[in-house]
Design a protein around this ligand. Structure first.
Ligand SMILES: [Zn+2]
Ligand SMILES: [Zn+2]
Ligand SMILES: [Zn+2]
Length: 766
């Protein structure tokens, strides 16, 4: 009856799938095997990690449980398949060379910010990596931005060009070390180098002297281009008005807010109001920019976020950034290293060419950035984060599709804030933020990232999905893929499908899509749409009354034109709305009116973004914008946390079972109250409350008439936390279920995923 006698050894093979490469998984399994006295091996394969072990049955069982229970923090195990094997008398445990199979695919790990252990080593004078700007371990460091191909091994990353010194190699081979099989392992003796090139200086400074000089320049109000993990930042002293205004002047004339980097959560508390979940988000391994409410008496220069009550803050994501912050001793502006709307610079030579007129010095290194990744941006809404931009730290972790696609897909996204999505089966890889497809540089960024992702994820698309708009550059890109089958998806359908998809919703919902611009099925500019939606199609049941946008695209930066458009649909309201274009030269206003009358370059629109613009103009907040969405952001900032009153829009039956919403009475009411000197802050809050009320009202009517119990909210206007919160709350109070975008942005960054969801559903039901 002795089951543990010699010869009772059992052997097993495991196939583990998920995010299991580049996350310290092999060393972790090695330690587990040693602990449980098992012999065998582990290796990275293309779609999984394979483990072969043998030992006593109870040890094998304990080992199997521990794989799941104790997995490293960065790993995500999707599945473990176990099969029995024949014992081969294996003693000891080894990591075998990686196996590559051409038809397998697997997740690529995202980049990880400096971990606490590496941070303390960085600051420890006795450590051999003290102040070494490229310190990493299996728990931290670059991944996606340096990986050329899979399986994940040093020779397929840009770390290939650095050969480990004996000390590093010893760590790499020591199962007890945190750097056991750490593919980015390096030290000052063998790893990447940092140096500073300064305008007017004769020779570059290297190593610690380079960082010290960069710190000195920053303290003196200089602008330093810093090569980071996914690209360049432009840095300057965030406290100094002079430094900030010089950066703004050199970078371009616009007023877009800059992000600020601080050394610790404690340092952030001096700049912004901070809840515990926000602090957690700041400290998370993705280290995103978190949009926070600016603190009263914050020392940060007003030029960082002009006209706004919020500030985007992040903690250092790399050791190099942390060394700069430590040296300066205060917060730094850390904004994208680009000019206006171009992609951020990634290569050293490229940075001279593109940022030469902006930076006083360049802090460079020789660890090449293979894939560009901007900083991610999030804000907390209703107790959970909402993406404003999804990039570094999050891409390219895949999302699931609510239905399996029968063929591999590529969805190319819309036009602004573009991303693309590759699909195989139920897996959707959504690219990092690419940018506005308006310049050659962004186009090249799109194409290069697509090529990398096609190689990494091994997707060879058989169907391409695009927007309905015939003139978008993305439409041309779709046609150029050399794929016969192209599917077009309406913009707002894609917005709602994206929200449905991330929540796994496959039934019918009432979708509410509020945004700036999307090409409608009737050729008009849509943007405040109530859609009875399922994954394959939709019926438009309510929208804002059409108003002309004199000047077309120009109107997006001229809020007064949106207001004039409304005045021209309801001539009785014209005198009361007139303050919206007060001070604009009469000839310009007349020309705009003629455009509307002649229907030349004056498309009609039902856009919520333009209604926010119109309200801002009517209230005298802004007649001309410097960037898209500026007026809406300022209205939100003015509204703050004020209690508000609600004023009605006209909601009329359209005779086909739906509704048309006329916002002119609301605009007129606000204009009237403004004339009676009601503070603009109060009226900005009233405007938000009125829109939320109208939205909830239409939802109530529609839910009753069409028997709907679930509402999905999407579109860039829902980046407005006040509006998103207030609409969601009202919908829930009526007993309806509400879905909001959580894993992707409400804005057009989610469109490519939504396009993929619709196409997969259509192809699956054929
Ligand atoms: Zn680390
Ligand atoms: Zn070394
Ligand atoms: Zn949109």
């Amino acid at each position: 009856m002795n089951v543990t006698e010699a010869g009772a050894r059992e052997a097993r093979r495991y196939h583990v799938t998920g995010v299991v490469q580049g996350v310290g998984f092999r060393p972790f399994v090695h330690r587990l095997a040693m602990r449980h006295r098992l012999g065998g091996w582990i290796r990275n394969a293309s779609g999984e990690v394979e483990i072969a072990v043998e030992g006593e049955p109870e040890d094998l069982q304990a080992f199997e449980c521990a794989i799941r229970a104790e997995a490293p923090p960065l790993a995500r195990i999707d599945g473990i398949v176990a099969e029995d094997d024949a014992p081969a008398g294996r003693e000891g445990f080894v990591i075998e060379p990686s196996l590559d199979e051409a038809d397998r695919r697997q997740p690529v790990p995202s980049d990880v910010a400096l971990c606490p252990t590496c941070e303390s080593e960085l600051r420890d004078p006795a450590n051999r990596r003290n102040r070494y700007p490229f310190i990493t371990c299996t728990d931290c460091g670059p991944r996606y931005t340096v990986i050329e191909a899979l399986p994940y091994d040093r020779e397929r990353t840009t770390m290939r060009s650095f050969t480990q010194c004996p000390d590093c190699l010893a760590e790499y081979r020591d199962p007890a070390s945190r750097r056991y099989h750490s593919e980015t392992n390096s030290c000052p003796a063998c790893g990447p180098r940092v140096w500073l090139e300064e305008t007017g200086a004769t020779a570059p400074l290297a190593g610690a002297a380079a960082i010290d000089r960069a710190v000195e320049l920053l303290k003196q109000g200089g602008i330093v281009a810093v090569r980071g993990m996914g690209g360049f930042h432009l840095a300057c002293d965030a406290i100094s008005d002079q430094a900030v205004s010089r950066l703004r002047g050199r970078k371009g004339r616009d007023a877009k807010p800059f992000a600020v980097m601080a050394a610790s959560v404690e340092a952030v508390r001096r700049l912004a109001e901070l809840t515990e979940p926000e602090a957690e988000l700041l400290r998370s391994r993705q280290r995103p920019i978190v949009l926070l409410r600016a603190a009263a008496g914050s020392p940060v220069s007003a030029g960082v976020a002009p006209g706004l009550d919020s500030i985007g803050v992040m903690l250092a994501s790399t050791p190099l950034h942390l060394l700069l912050l430590d040296g300066v001793g205060g917060p730094l502006v850390m904004t994208s290293g680009n000019l206006s709307d171009e992609p951020i610079a990634t290569a050293n030579q490229e940075s001279f060419r593109r940022l030469g007129g902006v930076a006083d010095a360049f802090l460079l290194h020789d660890r090449e950035i293979l894939t560009r990744a901007d900083d991610s941006v999030l804000r907390m809404v209703r107790g959970a984060p909402v993406f404003l931009r999804r990039a570094r730290g999050f891409a390219p972790i895949p999302l699931e599709l609510p239905v399996e696609s029968p063929v591999p897909l590529l969805a190319v996204g819309p036009h602004l804030k573009n991303t693309f999505t590759l699909v195989h089966g139920r897996t959707a890889w959504v690219s990092q933020h690419i940018g506005d497809l308006e310049s050659m540089q962004t186009l090249r960024h799109f194409e290069a990232t697509l090529e990398t992702c096609r190689r990494l994820f091994r997707v060879d698309p058989e169907v391409v999905v695009r927007d309905l708009h015939p003139g978008y550059l993305s439409t041309r890109l779709a046609d150029q893929q050399g794929v016969e089958r192209v599917i077009a998806v309406q913009h707002h359908h894609a917005h709602i499908a994206a929200v449905m998809g991330e929540h796994g919703e496959t039934g019918q919902v009432l979708g509410v899509a509020f945004d700036g611009t999307g090409y409608g099925e009737d050729g008009a500019v849509w943007g405040a749409e109530f859609l009875l939606t399922d994954l394959t199609g939709f019926r438009r049941i309510a929208h804002l009354r059409y108003a002309a946008l004199p000047g077309g695209d120009l109107a997006a930066r001229r809020p007064w034109r949106a207001a004039l458009g409304y005045a021209l649909v309801d001539h009785a309201a014209r005198p009361i709305l007139a303050p919206a274009w007060a001070g604009i030269p009469a000839v310009e206003v007349e020309l705009a009116e003629q455009q509307v009358e002649a229907e030349v370059n004056a498309p009609v629109a039902s856009s919520m973004g333009r209604l926010f613009d119109a309200a801002a103009a009517v209230l005298g907040v802004r007649q001309v914008s410097q960037y898209e969405g500026q007026a809406a952001m300022e209205l939100e900032a003015l509204a703050g946390r004020r209690i508000a009153s609600e004023y009605a829009c006209d909601i009329e039956e359209d005779g086909e079972g739906g509704w048309i919403i006329n916002p002119v009475p609301l605009l007129a009411r606000l204009a009237h109250l403004r004339r009676r000197r009601v503070p603009v802050e109060e009226l900005a809050a009233d405007f938000h409350a009125s829109i939320a009320w109208m939205t909830a009202d239409v939802i109530r009517h529609a839910a009753e008439r069409y028997g709907i119990s679930t509402v999905a909210l999407g579109g860039g206007v829902f980046q407005n936390a006040r509006l998103l919160d207030s609409v969601a709350r009202r919908v829930e109070q009526r007993g309806l279920r509400v879905l909001v975008p959580r894993r992707l942005s409400p804005n057009d960054g989610s469109i490519s995923y939504g396009q993929a969801v619709v196409a997969a559903a259509r192809l699956a039901t054929l």
